[in-house]
Design a binder for this molecule. Structure first.
Ligand code: URA
Length: 287
């Protein structure tokens, strides 16, 4: 996937770029830094490092006592930390909970197949969910759980900076549109939405699980997938005006003992440079 195009020229050293108060059309409150590593840095490598810090925070999350006590894994998300295309599903299922990686079950296989048909692989995109923990028995996410988990998703959106956010099914679509309109009415229609401080092309489509056993829905999902290359080829949406403020001191994390040997993107699809040890990348599900 192409590198992200920044609207403004590169910031001078010692400066970071913050959004000016924008006119918002979607989620109004903006970036909740509760779980973030601070204001998102600009370079892909630094954003990836910040994503790893959010990942580490999510691993220890106990905001939803029932989910925290029944989960095997926190399924943070997986893929290219600098992806132009991000999928947002509902919540991990049994296989995802066992493996710690989203969309590895039947629905995931279908997702991969449909991606393959448009020449995209999992390693090109980032895949996340509205909830990072499996609801017991695959029950629906509860409103309080969606709220508890929301800022992990916001941080992911902010740090990965996708151009296109593809919501899979009702839960992700309603959450990110902040509207009750269902997927049957909305699927296949891209719209510009402001999520936190960023404008993205939001593209709701049916959840692959819903298409597994219904040929007509599968056909619709396939047709909606076919439009993704066209959306990805569009220019990045105009972003709210940026203002520059001095870069804060960033606390350095101590180097793990064995971090040096295998670091960097390589063939992983992950930005190289100040990348993590590969073992950390494996945990993140970054390829
Ligand atoms: N369904 C989802 O919504 N997410 C997953 O990760 C798997 C199945």
């Amino acid at each position: 996937m192409a590198a992200h195009v920044l609207r403004a020229p590169a910031s001078p050293a010692g400066a970071r770029v913050l959004p000016a108060p924008p006119v918002r059309t979607g989620r109004a409150a903006g970036y909740d830094p509760r779980v973030s590593a601070g204001e998102p840095p600009q370079s892909a490598g630094k954003r990836r490092e910040a994503l790893k810090r959010v990942y580490a925070q999510a691993q220890a999350c106990s905001r939803c006592p029932e989910l925290a006590s029944t989960r095997n894994s926190v399924v943070f998300g997986a893929g290219n930390a600098d992806a132009d295309l991000m999928f947002v599903g509902e919540a991990p299922g049994k296989s995802e909970d066992e493996q710690g990686v989203p969309f590895v079950g039947q629905a995931g296989k279908l997702l991969e197949k449909l991606l393959g048909e448009i020449g995209i692989t999992r390693t090109d995109v980032f895949i996340a969910n509205t909830l990072k923990c499996r609801p017991p028995g695959n029950r629906d996410p509860q409103p309080i759980e969606l709220e508890n988990c929301r800022d992990y998703l916001d941080s992911q959106l902010q740090l990965i900076r996708p151009k296109v956010v593809c919501t899979l099914g009702n839960f992700a679509t309603k959450l990110l549109r902040e509207d009750k309109t269902g997927i049957t009415r909305l699927h296949g229609q891209a719209e510009l939405r402001t999520i936190g401080p960023r404008v993205v092309r939001l593209y709701p489509i049916f959840h692959p699980a819903a298409a597994l056993y219904t040929p007509r829905m599968l056909q619709t999902l396939r047709e909606d997938f076919m439009r993704l290359p066209e959306l990805l080829a569009m220019p990045e949406p105009e972003q709210p005006e940026q203002i520059e403020v001095p870069e804060p001191e960033i606390e350095q994390q101590p180097e793990p003992q064995d971090a040096g040997a295998r670091s960097g993107g390589g063939s992983s699809g992950v930005p190289a440079g100040d990348g993590p040890a590969e073992s950390e990348a494996d945990q993140l599900g970054l390829f």
